[in-house]
Ligand binder design. Structure first.
Ligand SMILES: Cc1ncc(COP(=O)(O)O)c(C=O)c1O
Length: 364
């Protein structure tokens, strides 16, 4: 999608796909399946077992129980299914803008109401705002859920154990069910520690969505896992059987291979992304010093505050038209998005450098 959507003269630094060669274990798993004609429907729990082991080794969390998982087609369809389990039509879903635009689109498509609890100016969860939003969300007597993005897209914020425990405490107090989208968790950089939501005290009735798709660039090989805390197992058990028909078997093989054998590749990727964050910071300081960039601790996305450039609510439109560089428009991310763009830095140093050159040319 990244390289196909715009005309050839546009440099694409938008949608969350990486310009990387795939991890060899993934290539091997997919190639062997195709050579063998092993291209039918998915079966078994190998993906969940691989994720459970990865979670224990990577995050020191040994609470991911395979029997409390369900395979889903991808993270967003998994989010929709989890929200259906814990809310009804007309109920509120709390989100923390600026946030991944499909959170709004999918929630509205399923007849739930969005309730915004914006991040603070520091890009972190604002617990006072969250509490007030929870209070209002349940005040009419309906049920409510909190769709938590952890780590956070677009800011790259990694929520701390204390923040997550505070969320769990508030959720318990107001009867709000937390659904954590943890797709970016493997992309947590060396300077930060990812804490799974279900690992914090008080989060027993939480639900999480995890996948190898962002970490290993497998969005075209559809598969993801829904994970329930102990007190949400009964909810997850109500997931309709047909949801498990959606994931791709070849996708499951690829994701499993990534989690089992792709950690060396992932570590090399994270080092490269760290280099790119530093490069982006240097490029912006040199060519666009008015742009405010606070490098995130996770994801390969850079959230750029372009308000000082005076390009209006949607600077991405100006960068595209005048600079021929495609970035994600800030206003799509909800409250706090105006005047911002999201830049995807998972590419080569050459392309990143050319991208910033084009941004600078657009305003020069
Ligand atoms: C926070 C977040 N959730 C979900 C997705 C999409 O995941 P999937 O393709 O598995 O639905 C993305 C993709 O960028 C994302 O950033």
């Amino acid at each position: 999608m990244k390289w196909r959507t715009h005309p050839a003269d546009v440099l694409p630094l938008w949608v969350a796909e990486m310009d990387v060669p795939l991890a060899q274990p993934v290539v091997r798993a997919v190639t062997e399946a195709v050579a063998l004609g092993d291209t039918g429907y998915p079966a078994g729990s190998a993906y969940a077992e691989a994720l459970s082991l990865f979670a224990a080794q990577r995050w020191g969390w040994d609470g991911l129980a395979v029997e409390r998982t369900a395979i889903v087609p991808d993270v967003m369809l998994g989010v929709v299914e989890m929200l259906k389990l814990v809310t009804g039509p007309g109920d509120a879903v709390v989100v923390n803008p600026p946030v991944y635009p499909p959170f709004f689109l999918f929630v509205e498509h399923m007849d739930r109401r969005i309730a915004e609890a914006p991040l603070g100016a520091d890009g972190r969860l604002d617990l006072a705002v969250l509490e007030e939003t929870y209070r209002r969300a349940v005040s009419g007597g309906g049920r409510a859920a909190h769709l938590l993005c952890s780590p956070h897209n677009p800011t790259g914020t990694v929520h701390t154990a204390a923040e997550l425990a505070a969320v769990a405490g508030l959720a318990r107090r107001y009867g709000v069910r937390v659904v954590a989208d943890e797709i970016h968790a493997p992309l947590t950089g060396p300077g930060a520690e990812f804490v799974p939501y279900l690992a914090v005290p008080g989060a027993q009735d939480g639900l999480s969505l995890m996948s190898a798709s962002k970490g290993w660039n497998l969005a075209g090989l559809k598969a993801a896992l829904a994970v329930a805390g102990p007190a949400a197992a009964a909810d997850l058990a109500l997931l309709p059987e047909e949801v498990s028909h959606g994931p791709s078997h070849v996708g499951v093989l690829a994701h499993t291979a990534a989690l089992r054998e792709g950690t060396g590749w992932l570590d090399a990727l994270l080092a490269g992304l760290d280099d790119n964050r530093r490069l982006l910071r240097a490029l912006l300081a040199e060519r666009l010093p008015e742009v405010v960039y606070r490098p995130g601790e996770a994801t390969y996305l850079a959230w750029l505050d372009c308000r000082a450039l005076g390009l209006g609510a949607d600077p991405a439109a100006v960068f595209l038209e005048r600079g021929r560089v495609a970035l994600s428009p800030g206003p799509d991310f909800g409250t706090g998005g105006d005047g911002h763009v999201r830049l995807n830095l998972a590419t080569s140093a050459e392309i990143l450098t050319e991208g910033v050159r084009r941004m600078a040319a657009a305003v020069g």
